[in-house]
Design a protein around this ligand. Structure first.
Ligand code: RNT
Ligand code: ZN
Length: 428
């Protein structure tokens, strides 16, 4: 087994290699430690939530796999999430959906939800020093069954969903106030059509008007920030999505909202990394749903892919770390769910570290000089720089397992906790 002094030694050598390129590894690690990743609660229970309204999550979302041990209660979910946090370096946030309300067994309509239904989450977060972000839930509900919510042609149904949005912003504000850190409340609606539609205009007019009602109340940005998330298509909304990219880009700019870019919500060869510096010309803040689409918006667990590295590079190189909120959005039920959180979040942090370690001054100089040969050589050579030694050292210093050691802890947790969860032992 590699011991701590060996990791320290490896780091020392790596620090020297990087400093030869003008890169300060200590500064990079210090910066990395200040970047929160908003980790989505819904990887822990296959986007189930605790309302029990439907078996099907709807909304054109699909979670595949039946790995044992999914969280069935808020306490189980919090315990699993804490296990994941203990294996991830840094201080991060929880991204919560309205469908994870704790109503004490009572049926509370979504338009009647209040901060009191999230007190358990708030107390827990306060205790552990994590921030919370929030999302109204516009799916997994009988009134979302026909695929329309905020743009629904029926006034009553539309009004119900408007009230849900209003309620969720107030919950977000209460969360932000309680935790002393702004809660980003992100609106995503599934609204769209499976087949060709003859009226693309009116649903969009209704959506814009409904959103204006949702956002009518002024809430302190120190507590609550609004985001809107676009999408290209979903299952059952292949031909038309009301809240498309152009729709929400225009909405976010004109209403001064955050735009949410989900990595899986564009054409398969389109990447969000290239969109960051474009939309940031016009927006104050951006929210990312870092995901991994495989052929479609499949929400695979995030890995250290080229695109993930490009996303991190764009955030770092554009100097956007204080204006871009990094959230994760994936759900895979075919592997251990705690491991999925750890894999995805560690990958995100690795990508950020790689970006922080790039000899960007040198690369910029090559580019400005028109020396594209040196630029390409440096980009390639830096790939085999001892990044791993810096990452290992960061994990060591952060008090989390180095390398694959974290999996042993997940395996133990699986044996002692997750595998004991079966339908027979469902808590009352
Ligand atoms: C759906 C959106 C949305 C959801 C979550 C659960 O395509 O990406 O962000 O994944 O709200
Ligand atoms: Zn998303």
């Amino acid at each position: 087994m590699t011991d701590s002094p060996t990791f320290e030694l490896a780091y020392k050598a790596a620090r020297q290699r990087y400093s030869d390129l003008g890169v300060d590894t200590d500064a990079a690690l210090q910066r990395l430690g200040t970047i929160p990743v908003s980790i989505h609660c819904w990887q822990g229970d296959d986007v189930g939530g605790f309302e029990g309204l439907t078996d099907d999550i709807g909304g054109g979302l699909a979670v595949t796999g039946s790995y044992p041990g999914k969280a069935r209660t808020p306490d189980e979910l919090r315990s699993d999430f804490e296990k994941a946090l203990s294996l991830i370096p840094g201080t991060h946030r929880l991204n919560l959906h309205a469908s994870y309300a704790e109503t004490g067994g009572r049926n509370v309509e979504r338009n009647e939800l209040g901060p009191e239904h999230f007190q358990g989450w708030i107390d827990w977060a306060k205790d552990r020093g994590v921030g919370i972000d929030f999302n109204p839930t516009y799916f997994a509900h009988p009134r979302a069954d026909d695929g329309f919510t905020l743009s629904h042609p029926d006034d009553g149904i539309r009004q119900f969903w408007i009230e849900h949005g209003i309620a969720c912003r107030r919950i977000g504000a209460a969360i932000g106030a309680a935790l002393g850190s702004p809660c980003v409340t992100n609106v995503w609606v599934p609204d769209g059509m499976k087949d060709l539609t003859v009226d693309r205009r009116r649903p969009r007019e209704r959506l814009a008007a409904a959103l204006d009602e949702v956002f009518a109340e002024t809430l302190a940005p120190a507590c609550q920030l609004d985001a809107v998330e676009c999408k290209l298509f979903g299952i059952g909304s292949e031909s038309y999505v009301v809240g498309s990219h152009e729709f929400y880009l225009g909405y976010a700019i004109t209403r001064q909202k955050l735009l949410c870019l989900d990595a899986g919500h564009f054409h398969p060869t389109e990447v969000i990394s290239d969109k960051i510096s474009a939309v940031m010309q016009y927006l104050d803040r951006l929210l990312l749903h870092v995901s991994r689409g495989v052929r479609w918006d499949s929400d695979h667990v995030v890995i250290l892919s080229d695109e993930l590295q490009a996303i991190a590079q764009e955030i770092v190189r554009g100097d956007y770390l204080d204006r871009v909120h990094i959230g994760l959005d994936f759900f895979d039920a075919s592997i251990n769910r705690v491991a999925a959180w750890v894999i995805g979040t560690r990958a995100m942090l690795k990508a950020l570290l790689l970006a922080l370690l790039a000899p960007i001054d040198l690369l910029r100089q090559f580019e400005n000089d028109g020396d594209f040969t040196s630029r390409l050589v440096m980009m390639e050579e830096q790939k085999s720089f001892p990044f791993g030694a810096v990452w290992d050292y960061y994990c060591l210093k952060s008090g989390v397992p180095v390398g694959t050691d974290w999996l042993n802890e997940v395996r133990l947790y699986e044996k002692d906790v997750l595998l004991l969860r079966s339908s027979a032992s469902a808590p009352g």
